[in-house]
Design a protein around this ligand. Sequence first.
Ligand code: PFF
Length: 456
Amino acid sequence: MTSERKSIHGQWSTRMMFILAATGSAVGLGNIWKFPYITGENGGGTFVLVYLLCIALIGVPIMMAEIMLGRRGRQSPINTMSTLAEDEKRNKRWVWLGWMGMVAGFLILSYYSVIAGWALSYIFRTASGVFIGATAEGVSSIFGDLVSDPERLLAWHTIFMVMTTVVVSRGVKNGLEVAIRFLMPSLLVLLLMVVAYAMTTGHFMEGVRFMFTPGEITQEGVLTAMGHAFFTLSLGMGAIMVYGSYLPRQTSIAKATAFIALADTAVALLAGLAIFPIVFANGLMPGEGPGLIFKTLPIAFGQMEAGTLVGTAFFILLTFAAWTSAISIIEPAVAWLVENKGVNRIYASAWVGLVTWVLGLGTVFSFNIWSDKTWSIPYLFDDYTFFDTLDKLTSNVLLPLGGLFIAIFAGWLMRESSSRGELDSVGWVFRIWQILLRFVAPIAVIIVFLKAVKII
Ligand code: PFF
């Protein structure tokens, strides 16, 4: 019987453990670094609204589906898809969904690690006290110095990759629980402190208005908002699926998903409320790009009471949040190597880490020596740096495509008795899930994508 399958990698020790690990995967740079800067680039209000709708109508049902597939298959996403396709008597090619996710994982982690390196380096910058009383220009130039120096970026990227591989090589379950149980709430408290500071800038309402008053948005902006819903919830590439494969049977998938999605969204919105008032108070531009939080938050830390301490703690926690996400990004590939190549976790993690590290060099260079080297992909984008290309290719194409296939497989190709048995939810919850997964999510993904590439 499928439901009695066991994972060779073990199980989460408690139900809470899964929720913590999946929340740790979801909450990361996506919430604090990426959400504010893409909101800024895409004009605020409407972008936030589209993002929230995508979380609720597309992200939540697909997350439930991904956890469910993982728990049924109990293996790495690649092997899970091949086993489930066989169980459900479907085409063997579904295994490609797992492969695509694994490729997306390598690409995402390669740049994620470079940005996490920025956060890591800011722990020491902030602790040194350079931001005390610094002006907006001073803070911007400190950021400019960092990203224009490939050697420093490379060093931090390397340290972060080593940190990630070491944890993954020991098995994702060890240590993650304590880390997340304690660190997540602390991150929330520090964010609230920055929001409290933002309220004293005299520009708080301007920030609120920017985030919540609907305005203009481009088709590409809509695609970015949808892609971000996948990215921030860690969906479409198997990270949540592999965590689901370690999930004990009794856990309610619907409740866990609701918690993860709410926590993730709350952190992103708080980050926006912390950052935009600082942007307006200091005459900065919301569309500053990927450096936005590094050009704004230090201003706050330089001015608030005990700012050096609060700021240092903030960047430590941000690094941790990035770390717990990075671990989940590489787990599908590591689990697959262990299952199929008969290697141990240490060896598997080292290989995956090494390949990702090498790919990361492209992102390191795209902020300095390659800053004018650009790439174009027909229909999708013109003249993007290496970093932007990876980011758009994963968030706007691979993750939504992965999510679309997950929705089709779980919604249409799996027998209803299989999914009902896994979800075991109250009747109406199951029905709503099914409608969202079968119709709303796939149709929305297809329309948003085709409109953005101007095919319709
Ligand atoms: N959700 C993470 C964040 O918001 O930072 C990033 C991420 C993790 C993306 C895992 C994809 C993934 F599979």
